[in-house]
Write a protein that binds this ligand. Structure first.
Ligand SMILES: Cc1cc2nc3c(=O)[nH]c(=O)nc-3n(C[C@H](O)[C@H](O)[C@H](O)COP(=O)(O)OP(=O)(O)OC[C@H]3O[C@@H](n4cnc5c(N)ncnc54)[C@H](O)[C@@H]3O)c2cc1C
Length: 424
């Protein structure tokens, strides 16, 4: 019988796959880890040569995610270019209710942080290169999967060559349109929101002062997240603007000045005038959840397991908590001399992560449905919700903990809390 080429093969070296590789290397002794990434490894500059750019996309990292990166020894690097979110301001256009959350009310220095994805990628690549147990193959594509009695064979395409590659455990981290999930015949529960997210970095006349703005409009939610650098430090924010397909076409047809004016009309003047509207990217918004996240020798993580609406900035934060649950399961496997692909090992990951997954998906989906739809009857209810939240400290505390990625307090302990404690 052919020996496995690796213990754990991670298919996809995006944010989820790369973080998982690092976490296994740093938390679980002994395993050989291979990451196959379809995209060519960019000639990434060293982190010290990094310059924030106008086309960068950003991720809001919850407070809980900071704790995870601290544990992985990566936070010192990430924090050099991460802007703290000291306050969150939630409002609805044309309505009175406003909710304000402040880090100091929750005895934390920040509710979360905003880091641009390119910076996160550079920090991860820099750390991965220094891990001798990680083999990084790029560009390399993982193809069809053939389950074995113990482990799986996959087809690996690299440098124009195709070879069979055997692993004891395959981690599917190939993103929201996961070809491997489909090849495995794993079903997906999909809800199309019929909207797009337009992403751009913008400059405002007034400084953001560490405030993240969530604004719900009749056309869908909009978020402005404070950025660390930018051409005018302290005045740059990352915009996530939800638009219908027609509205997206309209905005894309506008020049920079008109885009600023359109944004101004919706967001208002809390940050003064919008001065610049950087390069934009747009994404169709879908909630996609895989029907299964584990099978013998196979685990799904990141967007391959669940792709969320970005309104509440929960997708990668949820993914990170899932990765840590998987790492804990691999530690269990090492301690009990089990294969990392053993179903009892992977089922632990699934069980530990499931409640968090369900609650977080439900939380962001209900935010979109409550605030995102063009349903006038919901207006007063939504308004009451925001006003109520501002007045009731316990409700605010609950919302803040969710936003921080810490889970709700006061509720019965979930199994996920057990592994989270380890990381907090
Ligand atoms: C507009 C927007 C804003 C967001 N904002 C936030 C936020 O503020 N906070 C937050 O927590 N989350 C946010 N998210 C979610 C977050 O971006 C995702 O959760 C995260 O990027 C998922 O990473 P991933 O590694 O699972 O997938 P991806 O980033 O899609 O990576 C998948 C990788 O797999 C590779 N690949 C694909 N097929 C193969 C194959 N066959 N073989 C080998 N490699 C393959 C691809 O090249 C890619 O590099 C946002 C998402 C969107 C769309």
């Amino acid at each position: 019988m052919q020996q496995p080429d690796t213990d754990i093969l991670i298919a996809g070296g995006g944010l989820a796959g790369a973080t998982l590789a690092l976490a296994i290397a740093r938390r679980v002794p002994g395993y050989r880890i291979t990451v196959a990434e379809a995209f060519p490894l960019a000639e990434a500059p060293a982190p010290e040569d990094y310059q924030p750019s106008y086309d960068a996309r950003s991720t809001a990292l919850a407070w809980g995610s900071r704790k995870i990166f601290e544990d992985l020894g990566l936070w010192a690097a990430i924090s050099a270019q991460a802007a703290p979110i000291e306050r969150i301001h939630v409002s609805e256009k044309g309505r009175f209710g406003v909710t304000r959350l402040a880090a100091r009310d929750h005895h934390q220095p920040a509710l979360g942080y905003v880091a641009d994805n390119r910076w996160l990628g550079l920090c991860l690549m820099d750390a991965l290169r220094r891990e001798p147990r990680i083999e990084w193959l790029a560009p390399a594509e993982v193809g069809p999967v053939r389950p074995l009695e113990a482990g799986v064979d996959v087809t690996l395409r690299q440098n124009g060559e195709t070879r069979c590659f055997r692993t004891r455990c395959l981690v599917v981290a190939d993103g929201g349109r996961s070809g491997l999930r489909e090849a495995l015949g794993i079903g997906v529960h999909r809800h199309e929101y019929g909207q797009y997210a337009l992403i751009a970095n913008v400059t405002t006349e007034r400084p953001h002062e560490g405030t993240a703005w969530e604004r719900f409009t009749e056309r869908g939610p909009m978020a402005l997240l404070p950025l660390q650098g930018g051409p005018r430090p302290g005045h740059s924010s990352a915009l996530v603007w939800t638009l219908s397909p027609e509205a997206l076409d309209e905005v894309l047809g506008l020049g920079e000045r008109d885009r600023c004016a359109r944004l101004q009309a919706i967001f208002g003047w809390r940050l003064g005038r919008f001065i610049r509207f950087g390069e934009s990217h747009h994404y169709p918004l879908t909630l996609a959840t895989a029907d299964e996240t584990v099978r013998p020798s196979v685990a799904l993580v990141g967007n391959a397991a669940h792709a969320l609406h970005p309104v509440a900035g929960q997708g990668f934060n949820l993914a990170l908590r899932g990765l840590m649950a998987l790492v804990e399961s691999f530690r269990f496997a090492r301690a009990h001399d089990l294969s990392p692909g053993d179903l009892t090992v992977l089922a632990r990951y699934q069980q530990q992560h499931e409640a968090d997954r369900r609650q977080t998906i439900g939380f962001s989906d209900s935010l979109v449905r409550l605030f995102g739809g063009d349903l006038p009857a919901l207006g007063p209810l939504r308004n009451a919700g925001l006003v109520g939240l501002d007045l009731v400290p316990a409700a605010k505390h609950w919302f803040a903990r969710r936003a921080m990625g810490l889970g709700a307090t006061g509720s019965p302990r979930q199994p996920t809390d057990r592994y989270r404690e380890h990381w907090q």
